[in-house]
Design a binder for this molecule. Structure first.
Ligand code: ADP
Length: 337
């Protein structure tokens, strides 16, 4: 079972999307000129504080909210330009999962998964074949006759995922899908999302307030603030971008606590620079006995990446020379104090 979309440039494209709520004299601009490109097969994370516009964004992508201006193209169809009938059809290429699962308690697991297919007029034999296949895929092959109340939170979300996959979408939208789950269940659901992304070639756009989710499965991310895109890009690029707030949130080193009044620097390592013996080099070449104030190392999108906070104990001139030397080796060095 594969749902591959012809490889194009983008799978989800938002151009200059603006959305207001309320009346003119008392309105909230929930989305302010948002433009985004999500490539086919990507797992794309949208992060931001509460009120940043994440829910509005995801609801706009499947046209549960109609934008006031701008366009939304999903799988080569401009949803903002479609008449209602065609929009309903186009929505079948977009599956969605929710924080609170939104399952029908009166229907069995199989009944929940097949609901959309019933509405779309798919025959019972085909429905049953498809739901069995998908329930196996999400690891619930033995639960098809159970009711939601008999399931754990993780199992309920698996049903939610199966229901979203039933119409063979090209895009999966995830609205805080792991926020109601404990850490271990969160990991297993994220792993499942990663598996269906890889096996079915499904493009995933997720909104979350948890950086851990972004760190563990996203290829790219966008930071929203007051309805605006503050930063966007592939994680591997963001982590080597000076001043990136997403990178700081991905690798939090906490507040700076200099000890000797020296210069505090953050060095970001990624890809080819991850295994440089920086500290011994500073000591050998520059005669500086650096202190390590903090360090985080992670695997981001399959690459080792991390950040180390060092205190250089030399005079300003000596420290500057050492920093220039590190930068000449393509290391990203940010001076903190
Ligand atoms: P997030 O999901 O990041 O918490 P939201 O998209 O829910 O942010 O909200 C963005 C802004 O739009 C907030 O100021 C919120 O109060 C406002 N908003 C969202 N939905 C509505 C609505 N249906 N009516 C009025 N204001 C809304």
């Amino acid at each position: 079972m594969t749902f591959h979309h012809d490889p194009g440039k983008t799978m989800i494209q938002l151009q200059h999307v603006t959305k207001f709520f309320g009346r003119a004299d008392n309105s909230v601009r929930a989305l302010d000129n948002v433009s985004l490109d999500v490539a086919p097969g990507e797992i794309f994370g949208v992060v931001g504080q509460s009120g940043a516009g994440k829910s509005t964004l995801i609801r706009t992508i499947n046209m549960l909210e109609r934008p006031d201006s701008g366009s939304i193209v999903v799988a080569d169809r401009d949803l903002t330009a479609l008449p209602v009938g065609q929009l309903r059809e186009a929505r079948r290429s977009i599956g969605m999962i929710f924080q609170h699962f939104n399952l029908l308690s009166s229907r069995t697991v199989r009944g929940n998964v097949e609901l959309g297919l019933e509405i779309a007029g798919v025959g019972s034999k085909e429905r049953s074949k498809r739901s069995s296949e998908i329930l196996d895929l999400v690891g619930l092959g033995d639960k098809s006759g159970s009711y939601p109340s008999q399931l754990s939170g993780g199992q309920k979300q698996r049903v939610g995922i199966a229901r979203a996959l039933a119409s063979k979408p090209s895009v999966l939208l995830s609205d805080e899908a792991t926020s109601a789950l404990d850490p271990e269940t969160t990991r297993s659901i994220l792993q499942l999302v990663k598996t269906i992304n890889a096996e079915l070639g499904l493009t995933v756009l997720l909104i979350t307030h948890e950086m851990e989710v972004v760190k563990s499965i996203c290829n790219s991310a966008t930071l929203l603030e007051n309805g605006r895109v503050v930063e966007t890009g592939k994680l591997v690029d963001l982590i080597s971008t000076t001043g990136s707030r997403l990178a700081r949130d991905l690798f939090p080193l906490g507040p700076v606590e200099p000890r000797s009044g020296g210069t505090v620097i953050d060095i970001t390592f990624s890809g080819g620079t991850a295994d440089r013996p920086v500290i011994s080099q500073l000591s050998r070449t520059h005669g500086l006995d650096v202190s390590i104030l903090g360090a985080v190392i992670e695997t981001i999108d399959g690459n080792q990446a991390g950040r180390t906070r060092l205190e250089l104990p030399g005079s300003p001139g000596e420290n500057d020379a050492a920093i220039a030397d590190l930068r000449s080796q393509n290391l990203l060095v940010e001076v903190v104090t």
